[in-house]
Design a protein around this ligand. Structure first.
Ligand SMILES: [Zn+2]
Length: 108
């Protein structure tokens, strides 16, 4: 199993997004991640297991990619979830890759 370390910042187009863990997001709110376009941050619920974090991070990353590369808002949350789960499954089951979030700071 290869673990790719997710860096605390990612570049997308002309933008640099900070990745942060949040412990204030609550699972019962069903808010497990949030992409802030204005602040250029991606917050992920740091209390979730790593396999969930991978999908949550990919979900928010796909939102940002769609925005930065002008795909617009035509993707529903279900479509974004489907793509995030598809990418996570592809990486894990075919390339033996999971993500390592140890370098992601707490944002709370
Ligand atoms: Zn979403």
């Amino acid at each position: 199993m290869k673990k790719l370390r997710i860096p605390p910042t990612v570049k997308l187009g002309p933008h640099t997004y900070k990745i942060r863990r949040s412990s204030s997001m609550r699972a019962d709110d069903e808010l497990l991640g949030k992409a802030h376009y204005k602040r250029q941050t991606i917050d992920i619920d740091g209390t979730m297991p790593e396999s969930e974090l991978m999908v949550i991070f990919l979900h928010e990353l796909i939102h940002v990619i769609a925005r930065v590369y002008h795909a617009g808002d035509q993707y529903s949350e279900d479509t974004i979830d489907s793509m995030a789960n598809g990418f996570a499954t592809f990486l894990k089951d075919n390339l033996d890759i999971t993500f390592d979030f140890r370098d992601i700071p707490n944002g709370d």
